[in-house]
Design a binder for this molecule. Structure first.
Ligand code: SF4
Ligand code: SF4
Length: 351
């Protein structure tokens, strides 16, 4: 099937099933694009196995105050999926006994979950010291009830990780919506004011860059320098590190690739940039992802494709770390996004 005819079909790509079909067959002839399974087998990495569990990543819901064009969660204000207090309580039971040291809270906008603060406080009491909140920044200014988030983050020593596609208004607003850049800048200044990323402070503030089109990120360290220089000079903003993340060909970004007729080229560029050294540290090897309704996944991307963990244990209510550590990780063609170039994960490059 050609890319044009694929585009003409106007598929409903919100269905995980349809996305998986496209990824495994799509427009490619059999054997035209090597399977990720065959690729990692060449370096002895198949089946892909977990290493030591370090991070529990909780998706607190798909609701978000933004509707970014490349969102792999398909999040937005109209999404109703939100983790309940009951599921959070099940997570807390797991947190008390897990070997993982980091709790990574994501969404949507995780702060929009009505029990977000309660959960952070309870997880803190349960002994979690290392919190990550993936904040889109604009939420801090979206409504009066979020204005004190910088102080709340500070109180619980939450490590704030925030998306900022670029240090210029035009590119950021194009990807994330009009006015997002100015609000993000204001939110970063507020975080700096309470001590984030300041000399001698433990409060960490990292930024996430993802490309605005069908291309791969360039060198993370060089981009970090550019971001630091521009944000300091133009807005007196400090941050700690920049994570450069590759857009995976799923969800809204897959729709964009097909609509812009870039899907084929993008898949080839991911495969061409395949780096066997990056397989070693793909994030599914040290992370378990938990969905808003308590299902367990190898990563946030598999969650969006509804590929639950390959284990007898599939839900937080039946969590068993030993059984989970023994599983084979479920892979497909989207995994090429994690192994291109210097590798990509929620913590940026993996090499
Ligand atoms: S802020 Fe994040 S979760 Fe919300 S729409 Fe944008 S990318 Fe998706
Ligand atoms: S997409 Fe998920 S399962 Fe695939 S390599 Fe990346 S982290 Fe692992």
């Amino acid at each position: 099937m050609s890319l044009k005819s694929l585009k003409a079909r106007e598929d409903d790509l919100s269905s995980p099933q349809r996305q998986l079909e496209l990824l495994s067959e799509g427009i490619f002839e059999e054997g035209e694009l090597p399977t990720f399974k065959d690729k990692i087998a060449e370096s002895g990495h198949f089946p892909l196995k977990p290493k030591k569990l370090e991070i529990l990543q909780l998706n607190l819901g798909y609701m978000c105050n933004q509707v970014c064009s490349h969102c792999h969660v398909d999040a937005g204000p109209d999404r109703k999926e939100v983790m309940t207090k009951e599921t959070m309580q099940q997570c807390l039971e797991v947190i008390k006994n897990t070997g993982a040291h980091t709790l990574d809270l994501t969404g949507g906008a995780p702060e929009m979950n009505p029990n977000f603060r309660w959960f952070v406080e309870e997880a803190s009491k349960a002994g979690i010291k290392d919190f990550i909140a993936r904040s889109n920044l604009t939420i801090i200014l979206a409504n009066k009830k979020y204005h004190d988030l910088p102080d709340f983050f500070k109180k619980h020593n939450v490590h704030v990780v925030s998306s900022l596609p670029f240090y210029k208004r035009e590119k950021t607003d194009k990807q994330r919506g009009n006015g997002v850049f100015d609000k993000s800048i204001k939110a970063l200044q507020l975080l700096n004011e309470v001590g984030y990323a300041q000399p001698g402070s433990d409060l960490k503030l990292d930024l996430v860059y993802n490309p605005s089109g069908a291309f791969l990120p360039t060198n993370q360290a060089a981009m970090e320098n550019d971001f630091k220089k521009a944000l300091k000079e133009d807005f007196n903003i400090d941050f700690n590190s920049l994570f450069a993340i590759t857009n995976l060909p799923i969800s809204r970004f897959l729709e964009y690739l097909i609509a812009s007729e870039n899907y084929e080229d993008y898949m080839y560029s991911l495969v061409d940039a395949y780096n066997p050294a990056a397989v070693e540290n793909v994030m599914c090897t040290n992370t378990i992802s938990i969905s808003w309704d308590g299902w367990l996944y190898d990563c946030d991307f598999n969650q969006m494709l509804d590929l639950k963990v390959n284990s007898k244990v599939k839900h937080i209510s039946e969590y068993n770390e030993d059984l989970l550590n023994d599983r084979n990780i479920i892979i497909s063609q989207h995994c090429y996004g994690c192994t291109a170039g210097a590798g990509s994960s929620c913590q940026g490059s993996t090499i």
